[in-house]
Design a protein around this ligand. Structure first.
Ligand SMILES: Nc1ncnc2c1ncn2[C@@H]1O[C@H](COP(=O)(O)OP(=O)(O)OP(=O)(O)O)[C@@H](O)[C@H]1O
Ligand SMILES: [Mg+2]
Length: 255
């Protein structure tokens, strides 16, 4: 039996001469958070785009729940239980928060949604449940574009949950958030795993967040895998310290 929910095997993608993702291999086990870290331009978003069908891989294989999903389009992956959020907020800004989530639920239901329910009510209960789960019930009637940046990012997670995913990929979920929003997002990620059994693959720059949520970490550098392992192993890895954490220190010093 296959115990990994996701398996990435020797995945590569080049843009012209630039090897953006270079023979990357790792697995994600069910019900845990795995983080992908690495300096700017390391290939993290490209890796996500490959896994979620937004880019075609040059070589390599991606297996989800034992199925070969390499190069399947995003909507098919969604149907199979794989969802993502984007590094840049990606919502319908003129619709309400509720409508954004309801649209995601309806999209998942597809043709199976009941023809006896009026369109306005389709997915209503589930959309409200999701908003409750992520802590956005009170903002349900707000126009999405008027929410704070942090709440828009949370709403993006709510939209992804509308697809009832088993595996969720989050690209920098706390980017641009105030500290209390970051804290709430970390709590939400932990809850999605512990209460709802989701598996989560996350790209994150905030090291406090990474070390607090991750079961394991993959470190990318110039497209390749620099290291992977438990947070403590990664923290103590000399190459990681030199290449990645060194850069963090430089950034913190404002150099
Ligand atoms: N569509 C594209 N066409 C050409 N080059 C690209 C494309 N997308 C990404 N790249 C390049 O590939 C490399 C990896 O980019 P990617 O966005 O995956 O990095 P990242 O690790 O997500 O960085 P960041 O931390 O800044 O988000 C970069 O050098 C980038 O400029
Ligand atoms: Mg990126």
């Amino acid at each position: 039996m296959d115990l990994d929910i996701l398996k990435v095997k020797s995945l590569s993608k080049a843009f012209g001469k630039l090897q953006a993702v270079d023979r990357v291999s790792f697995t994600v086990q069910p019900g845990v958070v795995k983080s992908v870290i690495g300096p700017n331009g390391a290939g993290k978003t490209t890796l996500f785009n490959l896994i979620t069908g937004y880019l075609r891989a040059d070589t390599g294989e991606i297996t989800f729940k034992g199925m070969n999903i390499t190069n399947l389009p995003p909507h098919e992956l969604n149907r199979k239980g794989l969802a993502r959020s984007f590094q840049i907020v990606n919502i319908f800004p003129r619709f309400t928060v509720f409508e954004n989530v309801q649209a995601a639920v309806i999209s998942r239901m597809g043709k199976s949604s009941s023809i006896v329910t009026s369109a306005k009510n389709v997915g209503r209960e589930e959309a409200f449940q999701i908003l409750d789960r992520v802590g956005l019930s009170e903002q349900a009637g707000y126009i999405a574009g008027t929410l704070s940046h942090g709440d828009q990012r949370i709403m993006e997670i709510a939209i992804a949950l509308g697809g009832r995913p088993e595996l969720l990929l989050l690209d920098e979920p706390t980017a641009g958030m105030a500290p209390e929003e970051t804290y709430a997002t970390v709590a939400l990620i932990k809850r999605l795993v512990s209460e709802f059994g989701l598996s989560i693959l996350v790209v994150e720059h905030d090291m406090d967040v990474v070390f607090s949520i991750s079961e394991t970490i993959v470190v990318l550098h110039q497209g390749g895998m620099l290291a992977q392992g438990k947070p403590e192993e990664v923290r103590q890895n000399e190459m990681v310290q030199r290449v990645y954490l060194g850069e963090e220190i430089t950034r913190e010093k404002g150099q």
